[in-house]
Design a protein around this ligand. Structure first.
Ligand code: KG4
Ligand code: ZN
Length: 340
């Protein structure tokens, strides 16, 4: 348990570095990129540049906060994919160079695998980790999956979105309502003062454990468009109610299939992970369902929900123990790798 692992995450618009000793988080530094707010979404080229600017200071701060020297590191774990290729290249190239300089192994990490394994990152206040097998609803800007986690690296996707991800549903709603990117945190905040029953939106009728969010976007778009025709101030006057109603609809859709998955598999340890798992309404829904169905519920701490390097480092630690090291000639991959 004495190995120090450096984790590097640069798959999208957060540059993050973390130092763990075994599974214990000593530092988890995240530099978010504000530059994308004005564009209503991540601009890949600007993201790569910002990573290039941030990566050295972020790693430096992570080492200093952890109070360790770089030559004490045992391995470097980095996100290989999926994500934006230009962004991934910054973290991957840095990891290669740093590992070679320090003459230590590097470990390649799948971003979605890491989101799930963040539940094994511990600190003074969080020591309880889930037992295998558990279900994980992985909800981010690019993914929406129900995963049976049988072991650290043995995962089965039993449900997934056939179009938009849950995070996209939040982000696209924000765009329709004229709210900044990323939409999730803003909608979450406004939803707290709104009425979730004020508006109803179409819910998808998708078989099995799969999801769909593109119809919801259209339904929101039509509601807003029709109401704006009779009241030009419709959005302004109903912003909080719209946010609360959209959020409730997304959560209902997510929870409906998660309950089904738990019943089908008989698994009652249920976790959430990924950026959308920061949502306070989703937390409440998970806790309520936990009570109702006697689930053991795992919700990541806020800084472990959205993109972070602690999740990369803890996954790296488990791979390090298996001796699974990456070669210097590997390249990042942009698309999903967790099989579904
Ligand atoms: O995992 P993540 O940081 O990046 C990806 O891997 O995609 O997830 C980003 C997504 C965005 O769509 C963002 O709007 C959403 O997570 N998000 C939230 C909240 N915080 C971030 N969605 C709902 N409520 C939140 N509080
Ligand atoms: Zn993510």
């Amino acid at each position: 348990m004495n190995e120090y692992i450096l984790g590097i995450e640069s798959s999208c618009d957060d540059t993050s570095a973390a130092v763990l000793q075994g599974t214990r988080v000593l530092s988890n530094v995240i530099a978010s990129q504000k530059v994308h707010e004005q564009y209503g979404g991540v601009v890949p080229e600007l993201a790569s540049r910002a990573h290039q600017q941030n990566i050295i200071p972020v790693i430096d701060t992570a080492l200093k906060t952890a109070k360790i020297e770089k030559n004490q590191l045992s391995a470097i774990a980095f996100t290989r994919g999926p994500g934006l290729l230009g962004s991934l290249l910054v973290g991957t190239s840095f990891a290669k160079a740093f590992a070679q300089t320090l003459n230590i192994p590097m470990v390649e990490i799948d971003h979605m695998n890491a989101h799930i394994l963040v539940h094994f990152a511990t600190d003074e206040t969080h020591t309880e980790v889930p037992d295998f097998p558990f279900l994980c609803l992985t909800v981010s800007g690019g993914h929406t999956q129900i995963v049976v986690v049988k072991d650290y690296f043995d995962m089965e996707v039993i449900g997934k979105t056939i179009d938009d991800a849950a995070g996209e549903a939040f982000d696209k709603t924000a765009k329709i309502l004229g709210l900044p990117y990323p939409g999730g945190p803003v909608i979450d905040k406004l939803a707290k003062i709104g009425n979730p029953e004020a508006f109803t939106f179409a819910k998808p009728q998708i078989p099995d454990l799969d999801y769909s969010f593109s119809g919801l976007k259209t339904s929101i778009l039509y509601t807003v468009r029709d109401n704006l025709k009779v009241n030009p101030n419709f959005i302004e006057e109903n912003k909080a109610d719209l946010c609360a109603s959209v959020q409730k609809t997304i959560i209902d859709i997510l929870m409906n299939k998660l309950v089904k998955a738990s019943k089908q598999t008989g698994i009652k340890t249920v976790a959430i992970a990924g950026g959308v798992s920061a949502n306070s309404g989703l937390h409440d829904a998970m806790l309520a369902l936990g009570e109702k169905y006697h689930w053991k519920v795992f919700i990541p701490r806020l800084s472990y929900s959205t993109d972070n390097a602690a999740m990369v480092a803890v996954t790296g630690y488990f791979k390090f123990l298996k001796g699974e090291f990456a070669s210097q000639d590997l390249v990042p991959y942009a698309r999903q790798s967790l099989k579904d």
